[in-house]
Design a binder for this molecule. Structure first.
Ligand SMILES: Nc1nc2c(ncn2[C@@H]2O[C@H](COP(=O)(O)OP(=O)(O)OP(=O)(O)O)[C@@H](O)[C@H]2O)c(=O)[nH]1
Ligand SMILES: [Mg+2]
Length: 470
C-alpha cells in the first residue's frame, strides 16, 4: 500500500518522502486566542529541542501539556511562551512523532514560529492535507474515514457534522469490511470447487450451496443499502430547492427575503433574472441550496430562452420546488401549472395586492401558502412548511441508520459494481471459474470503497480537498 501510495505521489509530483519532518499552522489563519502549530515526522522532537533556549533541555513527557518558551534556533530571540505537547509515534494523528505548539494567536507570533521552523534542517512546510495523508499512509485511517474528515472540516450544518462524525467513526467502513471478508470466504469455497470439485462431490456440493445462499443474502443487504433515497449524498451536498414561476411573480424577491440579503436583482420588468442565482441556507440544521431561476415563458429573446432552459434543468434537479404565483392573475398560468407535483410548494405571492383565490390546479401540490414579499406576511409560515419538508426527507434516518448512509457517488458506484458482479455470479454459480472471477471482482469493488485496492486515482484529488495544516 505504501509503495503504491508513493508511486501515486511521484506521479502527481507531491513530495512523498515521509522522512521529511513537516510543519504547518493547523488552526485557522488570523487573530485568535490560541494558534496551533503542528510538527510531524522523525525530527519533530528535535525541532522542539531546537526551539528551546537550552537545546539540551529534556523533552516534555508524552501527551502532557507543558509551558515552554519558544526561541529562534539561531538568534535565540524569544518568540512566545507556548504550551507544548508531544505525541510519540505511533499514538499520534499521523502515526509519526508529533509535536503541537499552542501559541498566543497573533499573526507576528505565528509568523515568527513558522519562520523559526523553516530554519531547522530537514524540516519543511506541509502541503495541503499532508498530515492526513501520512495518517492514511500509516494506517491510522481508511479512505472512508479520510473522506469523513474532509466532510467534517467542510460541514456547515449540524446534520452534516453528525454524518461526517459517523463516517469517521468507521462504522460503515466496518460493515463494508465484513461484507468483503464474507465474500473472500465465499471465493475460497469457489476456488476449492475448481480444485477439488470433481473428486469430492458430496462434500463440496453442500458447502457450495451455503456459499450461494450467503451471496444471495449479501446481494440483498447491498441492494437495501443502496435504496436509501440518496439521503447521505443529499445531506452532504445540500437539499436543492428551486424557486420557479412565471416572469415577475416575485421569485427573486422571495430569494432575497429568505437569504436576508439582496442576492438577486428585483425589477418590475418581466424577464429580469436569466442566470441561476444560488444562496446556501441552514434550515433546521440541514444544508439547503436555494436557487432563483428565470421566469418560465415562451420568448424570442435567445438569452432569455437559455435562462428558461436553465430554469427547467434546475427544476429537474431540485428535491423541493417553490412555485411562485402572482395572485393578481385569475388562474395559475398554463405554462407553470404543469410544473406542480408532490414536491412542489405553491407560493401565492403579492397577497397585499389581491385576495387569494385558490385554483383547482394546486390540488397536486405538496402544500400551498400565501405570502407577500412586500409586507412580509406569510413568510414565517412558508419557512415552517419548507423546514418541515426538508426535515421529512430525513425523518426516518435515526442515528444508527445515518451511520450507514452512502455519502458519496464514488461509494455508490463501487456498490453498484458489486451488485452487478454478485448478480452475474448467481446466474452461473456452478461454472466454477466464471463464478470465482465474479466473486473476485465483487471483492475488488468493495475493497475500493475503503481504499484496500487501487486508490491511486482518488488519493491525490482527495488530499487536495484539505487545507494546509490538516
Ligand atoms: N406589491 C408587491 N409587489 C411585489 C411583491 N413581490 C414582488 N413584487 C414586485 O414584483 C416585481 C417583480 O419582482 P421580482 O422579484 O423581480 O420577480 P421575478 O419573479 O424574479 O421576475 P423575473 O426575474 O423577471 O422572472 C418587482 O417590482 C417587485 O418589487 C409583493 O409581494 N407585493
Ligand atoms: Mg427574478
Amino acid at each position: 500500500m505504501v509503495r503504491m501510495l508513493q508511486r501515486t505521489l511521484r506521479w502527481s509530483g507531491r513530495r512523498s518522502v515521509s522522512t521529511d519532518t513537516i510543519y504547518a499552522l493547523s488552526s485557522a489563519e488570523g487573530r485568535a486566542g490560541v494558534a496551533v502549530v503542528r510538527i510531524s515526522g522523525p525530527q519533530a522532537n528535535w525541532c522542539l529541542m531546537q526551539l528551546s533556549k537550552d537545546k539540551k533541555k529534556p523533552l516534555p513527557k508524552p501527551r502532557m501539556a507543558v509551558v515552554r518558551d519558544i526561541h529562534h534556533p539561531t538568534s535565540r530571540e524569544l518568540l512566545d511562551s507556548a504550551m507544548a505537547i508531544r505525541f510519540p509515534q505511533p499514538k499520534s494523528f499521523t502515526g509519526e512523532d508529533v509535536v503541537e505548539l499552542h501559541l498566543h494567536g497573533s499573526r507576528p507570533v505565528v509568523k515568527g514560529v513558522l519562520q523559526a521552523l523553516a530554519e531547522i534542517p530537514s524540516c519543511r512546510p506541509a502541503e495541503a492535507g499532508e498530515f492526513t495523508e501520512r495518517a492514511f499512509e500509516n494506517h491510522k485511517m481508511d479512505l472512508m474515514q479520510v473522506e469523513g474528515l474532509a466532510d467534517l472540516l467542510n460541514a456547515e450544518t449540524e446534520a452534516q457534522r453528525k454524518q461526517a462524525l459517523h463516517q469517521i467513526s468507521g462504522s460503515v467502513g466496518q460493515v463494508y469490511e465484513e461484507w468483503r471478508m464474507t465474500l473472500i470466504r465465499c471465493m475460497a469455497h469457489a476456488e476449492a470447487m475448481i480444485d477439488f470439485g470433481d473428486d469430492e462431490d458430496d462434500v463440496t456440493d453442500a458447502a457450495y450451496d451455503s456459499v450461494i445462499l450467503k451471496v444471495q443474502e449479501l446481494l440483498g443487504s447491498i441492494q437495501k443499502h443502496l435504496a436509501d433515497g440518496r439521503r447521505g449524498e443529499i445531506l452532504r451536498n445540500g437539499v436543492q430547492v428551486a424557486i420557479l414561476g412565471a416572469p415577475n411573480a416575485g421569485k427573486s424577491s422571495l430569494l432575497n427575503i429568505l437569504a436576508q440579503r439582496d442576492a438577486a436583482i428585483v425589477s418590475p420588468i418581466a424577464g429580469t433574472t436569466r442566470d441561476i442565482v444560488q444562496v446556501p441556507l441552514n434550515l433546521a440544521g440541514y444544508p439547503v441550496t436555494l436557487s432563483d431561476t428565470a421566469g418560465i415563458r415562451e420568448t424570442d429573446d435567445i438569452i432569455e430562452q437559455e435562462g428558461v432552459l436553465r430554469a427547467h434543468k434546475c427544476r429537474e434537479e431540485a428535491h423541493i420546488k417553490l412555485l411562485v404565483v402572482d395572485v393578481q392573475g385569475s388562474n395559475i398560468k398554463e405554462s407553470v401549472e404543469t410544473l406542480i407535483d408532490q414536491n412542489t410548494i405553491v407560493v401565492l405571492n403579492k397577497s397585499d395586492l389581491a385576495s387569494v383565490q385558490l385554483s383547482s390546479e394546486v390540488k397536486n401540490a405538496k402544500a400551498v401558502c400565501s405570502i407577500s414579499c412586500q409586507s412580509g406576511i406569510g413568510i414565517d409560515s412558508l419557512l415552517e412548511i419548507l423546514q418541515r419538508q426538508v426535515s421529512e426527507m430525513f425523518s426516518h434516518v435515526n442515528d444508527e441508520a445515518q451511520g450507514l448512509l452512502i455519502t458519496r457517488e464514488r461509494h455508490r458506484k463501487h456498490l453498484n459494481d458489486c451488485v452487478i458482479h454478485l448478480s452475474n455470479f448467481l446466474e452461473h454459480p456452478h461454472q466454477s471459474e466464471l463464478a470465482a472471477e465474479d466473486l473476485r471482482r465483487a471483492i475488488h469493488s468493495i475493497g475500493r470503497i475503503v481504499g484496500r485496492v487501487d486508490v491511486e486515482d482518488i488519493l491525490d484529488v482527495l488530499f487536495k480537498d484539505f487545507c494546509i495544516g490538516k
